[in-house]
Design a protein around this ligand. Sequence first.
Ligand code: 5RP
Length: 262
Amino acid sequence: MTAELSPIDKAKYAAARRSVDFVESGMKLGLGTGSTAAWMVRCLAERVKAEGLKVTCVATSKRTATLARDLGLSVVGMDDVKWLDLTIDGTDEFDPNLNLIKGGGAALLQEKIVATASDRMIVIADAAKEVAQLGAFPLPVEVIPFGWQTTKALIEETLYSLDVLNREVTLRLNRKRPLKTDEGHYILDLNLKRIGNPRQLALVLNQIPGVVENGLFIDICDVVVIGNGDGRVTVRDINSGRVEDAAVDMTLDANVFTDLGD
Ligand code: 5RP
């Protein structure tokens, strides 16, 4: 059933499939955004259907909310629950401390609010997302449209005093116009190549007027589930130090694939 998927998609599916084993009936769940998170939503919907689990979900974007509702999951607003048991989300990069760069899908603001307000955050990723040091993936920063060029100039100036390798800042576009996030903000992508001190950078960026939030997730992620195209997964828990290897049966879950519709 997975034969038509690319190796990367198989890896994303394997990580997603394993991550939903952490879900228990009665949980309030944060649902991430992106292609890996979309696999997780499909796997979760399958478990809910097959086992009659009762879960309440908060989505980190409009597109995740639509997918989850279409698959029959109960989706409420963040203010309806205020706090969550578990959030499962993808990432653009993760380092050995499970610090992350997120926001490739422009949902970093809601993703950070939801993950921070969760007892536990599990990140699901294909093995290519693992890096020794963050920064090869451009760091997304969400900014207010008013005066965004001034905000960009302030960010560029600030970067000169920080330990980064490159200092190129670009406005993210969508069909030649500024991309607007679900909250109506813009995204600046910071092409830094290497981030020497992610904690410091995250704090400094958020001091700049016009910056709403940055895509560095520091000390937020508890567990990473790393998937491979052959179905092997590694689960790494930063708090306990435990590392577990397992294998996901890639021939099961036919419904997940027939639900795809895209
Ligand atoms: C969205 C995100 C995504 O989790 C991140 O971009 C990874 O996406 P994908 O799973 O499609 O590779 O942060 O804002």
